[in-house]
Design a protein around this ligand. Sequence first.
Ligand code: GTP
Ligand code: MG
Length: 406
Amino acid sequence: MSFFKRLKDKFTGSEQQNETLDEQELQQDETLDTQEQTTDETKKKPKKLKEADFDEDGLISIEDFEEIEAQRLGAKFKAGLEKSRQNFQEQLNTLIARYRKVDEDFFEALEEMLITADVGFNTVMELVDELRDEARKRNIQETEDLREVIVEKIVEIYHQNDDQSESMDLQDGRLNVILMVGVNGVGKTTTIGKLAHRYQAEGKKVMLAAGDTFRAGAIEQLKVWGERVGIEVVSQAEGSDPAAVMYDAINAAKNKDVDILICDTAGRLQNKSNLMNELEKVKRVIGRSIPEAPHEVLLCLDATTGQNALSQAKSFKDVTNVTGIVLTKLDGTAKGGIVLAIRNELHIPVKYVGLGEKLDDLQPFNPESYVYGLFADMIEENVEELPAEDTSDDVTDDEGQSHDTK
Ligand SMILES: Nc1nc2c(ncn2[C@@H]2O[C@H](COP(=O)(O)OP(=O)(O)OP(=O)(O)O)[C@@H](O)[C@H]2O)c(=O)[nH]1
Ligand SMILES: [Mg+2]
């Protein structure tokens, strides 16, 4: 199965699966719904739960659940990456139309396009070198036939040097502590609210610590999130020592059998060494109460700040052990390539991405959902253009042959 077809099936539901359901369950109305929606791709919704998906205990199968989850995630990434997708697809289409033959001029233009989209110089060089090799190996002559290879290589390059995982180190039966760090305005507090909402929906007992005692209104802002989600926020007066707030919060969380404590901190400029050192103190105090805590130190980076986000990450990495990145405001940029730069140049996994301002717009990062969001229309169109297995002669022209090689 081609890479595009696999992505399309995963994130929009396979036609074969839909047909089988249609025949076996005679739930034609739902399938028609799905087909109708394909005419309006941007409004396409994930498959809905049907009566037939439930067994007599009211449970759905793991396979059905995973299928629905993948489609929901695909739709989220597609909506959140709309600006980037328009940019990436339009530029790639222009390049392919302009340079029909695969040659050095095409590769150079592709390099330029990817660098402009914030993919990061080293990553672009690596990626395009691999494409040159692949084109040579598979004797690909037409740029059109490189589309799928480009998208596939993006996922591959993400997985390369894959020694760290995107999953969070959260364990049952202990108090898990997450420390949120980052410069001013990147989305730390908002992300805490969204994470609290997510973990609570998963059945965890969550508590928040108002560690930003510096900025006026910051404690109040976190309390508002606490109220929205319906959880306790531990705080002290503005101007008090953030390390003392953490100490209090950990004791309160231990006494109340909390599963996950999420700690807010003040935004700090990465070049202000006193503030950066204060962060180290906060971390030390947490570690004194629970030896292996904080279990996660999440660095929030604003995707719209591009290469500046990379330099922030380098500074934070120098003073504290960052375990993961939350890349916020990905919906606000057309340069979604920054994800790849972070991954390959910092070697810190992107654990969550912010795809909008709503509560459920914070999603766990996954490279396949990401490339689907980045190239969804192209993926869907190109799958549809592939000739069926028993096509008549009029469609098996040049195009048909080139697809056969895949
Ligand atoms: N569009 C969009 N906006 C976001 C996202 N995440 C955060 N924001 C917005 O970014 C702004 C700043 O968010 P905060 O959570 O206050 O940022 P902060 O890092 O806590 O800021 P300081 O406390 O000043 O250091 C808010 O208006 C948020 O709504 C996102 O994923 N997408
Ligand atoms: Mg804040």
